[in-house]
Design a protein around this ligand. Structure first.
Ligand SMILES: Cc1cc2nc3c(=O)[nH]c(=O)nc-3n(C[C@H](O)[C@H](O)[C@H](O)COP(=O)(O)OP(=O)(O)OC[C@H]3O[C@@H](n4cnc5c(N)ncnc54)[C@H](O)[C@@H]3O)c2cc1C
Length: 571
C-alpha cells in the first residue's frame, strides 16, 4: 500500500474552503495528506462586513485576510479553476505569467466555489448592473458612488442630476438590504461636503420580488426593517423585479422604469461556470450532496459545501446559503475527509442555525437569535459584537474596532481610490428610444451594432432629417475619432440593441497595431470626404472585397467589413 501523503485539493477560498483547510490542518499530519487550496485571490473575504466598505466605516483591506496566514500548512494556488474532471480526478487551472495551464491530480476534492450573480437573460444587466460579492465589487461601487456625486455637483441639467442621485438595488435579501443601508448612510452624510448637493434630495430604491424584504427573517422583524429603511428615506418596491437595464435606467418587470446611473443587483445567483458544466446530479441548480456532504455518485472522493451545494441536515431541513452554515459544513467535510484518509468516525451535518442578523446601517439592525427577536440599537450592537468575534485573528479584530471608533468620531472617508481608468472595448445595451449620442457631442467612441436597429438623424435649421436606419454588423461613430470633430448626427435606438463600444484609445491602438484595421477606416474617411451627396449613403461601395456604403462626407456611418447590405431609409 502506498504511504505517500494523499492529495487533498480544496477549490474556493471563501468561508467553506478556508474553514475546511484550517480544520484539516488540525486533523491530518503532513505525512498523511498534502492540502492544496485553489482560489482566484490570495485572500479570504469576510462578506458580512463587506457592505461597510461602501461607507468606509471599515478600511478596504480590513475586511479580508490573507489565506496563507489563515492556513499556514496549506499550499495556496492563486489561480482560476478552469475545469474539473471528476472521472479522471484531474483539475485544470488557468495559466499564470507563462501561457500554460496547470494540471493537478487529486485523491480527495472539496468543491467550495460559492455562487455568482447571474444576469443571463436580463438584457443590459451585464453592462449596467453591478454585482456585490467581492472586494473588487465593493471597491468599484464605492468609487462609482463618489464619482456620481462629483458629477451631480457640477451637472447643470436637473434631469441628469436627479438620475445621478438615484441609487437602485435589486434584491431585498440580507445582502441587498445591507448594501442599500450603507449606501444611503454614506450618501446622506457626505452630501454636506458638496456645495450644490446639500439641499438636493437623493433617491434610494430597493426592488424586491416578494411581498416583504428579508425573507430570511420573521415577518415582524422584516416589517421593522422596512419601517426603519423607509424612515431613512429608502423607497421599497415590493412584488416586482429587475428585468433589464440601460446606461440610463433600470427597467422592472411591471414596466416601471427608474432613471438612474447606479444599479446594484444581488440577485439572482447561479453556480460559477466551472461548476455549472459538471456532469453530476444537481438540485435547484446546486450540487447535490448527502448528509456527509459527499457529492452524489462520487461518495468518499468528492465533497461539496457552501453556497454551491444543495444540502439538507440529518433532520431534513434545507440548509440556507449563509456563512454560519458554511463554517459548520466545513467541520463535517473535514472530519469525513480525515476519515477517508486515515480511517475513523464519520460525521453527518446536523447544524440547524443559531439565528439571523442583519444590519440596517448606522445604529440599527434586526436579529433573531435562539428564537429571541431583537431590533434597533441593541441588535446593531449584537451584530457588531458577534461578527467581530467571528473574524479570525486578533490583528484584524483590532483594525476593525479602530475603524469603527474612528468612524464614530470623524466623517466618512470621501477620497476615491481610483486604480485604473474605466476604458476598454465593451458591450452596451440600449432600449428603443435611447439616444446613443447626440449631434454636437464630443466623439470619444465608435460603435458596432451586434443586434437591433438604430436611426440616424441630422438636425438642420430646427428640422430633423432621418438619414438612415442601421442594422447588425454596421458601425457608426468612427468619423469623429478620425477627425477630432464633434458628432454630426444623432443616433437613436429603434429597437432593443446590443452594441460593441470601442473607445478612442482602443480604436487608435488597433489602428496602429493592426494596419489593415486602420486602412479600412482611413480609406473610408477619404472616400467620404470626396463622396459628397446624401444619396451616396444609399450606395454600398467595396473596400478590400467587402461591401462598404459611401456615406455623406461628414457621416458617422458605415458597415463593418463583411456585413450584409444595410437597411436604408430616407425621409
Ligand atoms: C454582501 C454579502 C453579505 C452577506 N452577509 C451575510 C451575513 O451577514 N451572515 C451570513 O451568515 N452570511 C452572509 N452572507 C452570505 C455568506 O457570505 C455566504 O453564504 C458565504 O460566503 C458562502 O461561503 P462559500 O465558501 O460557499 O462561498 P464564497 O465565500 O463566495 O467563496 C467562494 C470562493 O471561490 C472563489 N472562486 C469561485 N470560482 C472560482 C474559480 N473558478 N477559480 C478560483 N476561485 C474561484 C471565489 O473567488 C471565492 O473566494 C453575505 C453575502 C454577501 C455577498
Amino acid at each position: 500500500m502506498s504511504t505517500d501523503p494523499k492529495q487533498v485539493v480544496i477549490l474556493g477560498g471563501g468561508f467553506a474552503g478556508v474553514s475546511t483547510a484550517r480544520y484539516l490542518e488540525k486533523l491530518l499530519r503532513a505525512e498523511q495528506a498534502s492540502i492544496t487550496l485553489i482560489n482566484r485571490e490570495n485572500y479570504w473575504v469576510y462578506q458580512p462586513m463587506l457592505p461597510e466598505v461602501i461607507s468606509g466605516s471599515i478600511g478596504l483591506t480590513n475586511v479580508v485576510s490573507p489565506i496563507r496566514r489563515l492556513c499556514p500548512r496549506t499550499n495556496l494556488i492563486m489561480r482560476e479553476v478552469e475545469d474539473i474532471d471528476l472521472k479522471k480526478q484531474i483539475l485544470t487551472v488557468s495559466p499564470g505569467f507563462r501561457p500554460r495551464q496547470l494540471q493537478l491530480r487529486y485523491d480527495h476534492l472539496v468543491i467550495a466555489l460559492g455562487n455568482i450573480t447571474d444576469f443571463h437573460g436580463m438584457p443590459g444587466m451585464i453592462e449596467n448592473a453591478m454585482p456585490f460579492r467581492t472586494l473588487a465589487d465593493a471597491m468599484v461601487l464605492r468609487n462609482h458612488v463618489i464619482h456620481v456625486l462629483e458629477e451631480a455637483d457640477v451637472e447643470e441639467d436637473p434631469k441628469l442630476r436627479r438620475q445621478l442621485l438615484t441609487f437602485v438595488v435589486g434584491g431585498g435579501g440580507f445582502s441587498g438590504v445591507e448594501v442599500m443601508a450603507e449606501l444611503n448612510d454614506f450618501v446622506r452624510s457626505v452630501k454636506r461636503n458638496y456645495l450644490r448637493l446639500r439641499n438636493e434630495p437623493h433617491r434610494c430604491v430597493v426592488v424586491q420580488a416578494g411581498d416583504r424584504i428579508l425573507p430570511e427573517m420573521s415577518e415582524t422583524l422584516a416589517l421593522f426593517a422596512q419601517r426603519i429603511l423607509r424612515k431613512r428615506g429608502v423607497e421599497i418596491i415590493l412584488n416586482d423585479r429587475l428585468k433589464a437595464a440601460t446606461s440610463e435606467r433600470a427597467i422592472l418587470q411591471s414596466g416601471t422604469e427608474i432613471p438612474c446611473k447606479t444599479l446594484i443587483s444581488t440577485v439572482p445567483s447561479a453556480l460559477p461556470p466551472v461548476v455549472q458544466k459538471l456532469d453530476c446530479p444537481k438540485e435547484g441548480g446546486k450540487l447535490l450532496v448527502n448528509t456527509g456532504l459527499e457529492l452524489k455518485d462520487y461518495e468518499g472522493n468528492v465533497w461539496a459545501l457552501g453556497d454551491c451545494a444543495s444540502i439538507k441536515t440529518v433532520a431534513g431541513t434545507k440548509v440556507p446559503p449563509t456563512a454560519q452554515h458554511a463554517i459548520r459544513e466545513a467541520t463535517t467535510a473535514a472530519i469525513n475527509i480525515a476519515a477517508a484518509v486515515r480511517g475513523g468516525k464519520r460525521a453527518e451535518f446536523g447544524f440547524e442555525g443559531l439565528g439571523t442578523l442583519g444590519s440596517l446601517g448606522h445604529g440599527a439592525a434586526v436579529a433573531q437569535i435562539f428564537g429571541v427577536r431583537v431590533s434597533g440599537l441593541l441588535a446593531w450592537f449584537l451584530w457588531r459584537c458577534i461578527y467581530l468575534m467571528k473574524m479570525p485573528g486578533l490583528n484584524r479584530k483590532v483594525r476593525i474596532v479602530t475603524d469603527w471608533l474612528l468612524h464614530l468620531l470623524f466623517p466618512p472617508e470621501l477620497a476615491q481610490t481610483k486604480v485604473a481608468f474605466e476604458s476598454g472595448i465593451r458591450n452596451q445595451h440600449f432600449e428603443p428610444g435611447d439616444i446613443i449620442f447626440q449631434q454636437g457631442d464630443l466623439g470619444d467612441t465608435m460603435y458596432v451594432i451586434e443586434d437591433g436597429e438604430c436611426e440616424v438623424f441630422r438636425e438642420q435649421k430646427g428640422e430633423q432629417e432621418l438619414l438612415a436606419t442601421l442594422g447588425p454588423r454596421e458601425y457608426f461613430g468612427e468619423m469623429a475619432l478620425l477627425s477630432d470633430r464633434t458628432r454630426n448626427a444623432t443616433i437613436r435606438a429603434h429597437t432593443a440593441m446590443d452594441i460593441l463600444i470601442i473607445p478612442k484609445a482602443d480604436f487608435n491602438k488597433l489602428r496602429q497595431s493592426v494596419p489593415a484595421f486602420g486602412h479600412v477606416f482611413t480609406e473610408l474617411a477619404t472616400r467620404r470626404a470626396v463622396a459628397g451627396s446624401p444619396q451616396s449613403f444609399a450606395e454600398p461601395g467595396t473596400l478590400g472585397g467587402y461591401p462598404i456604403p459611401i456615406p455623406t462626407p461628414e457621416s458617422e456611418l458605415g458597415p463593418m467589413p463583411g456585413s450584409p447590405p444595410a437597411t436604408r431609409a430616407k425621409r
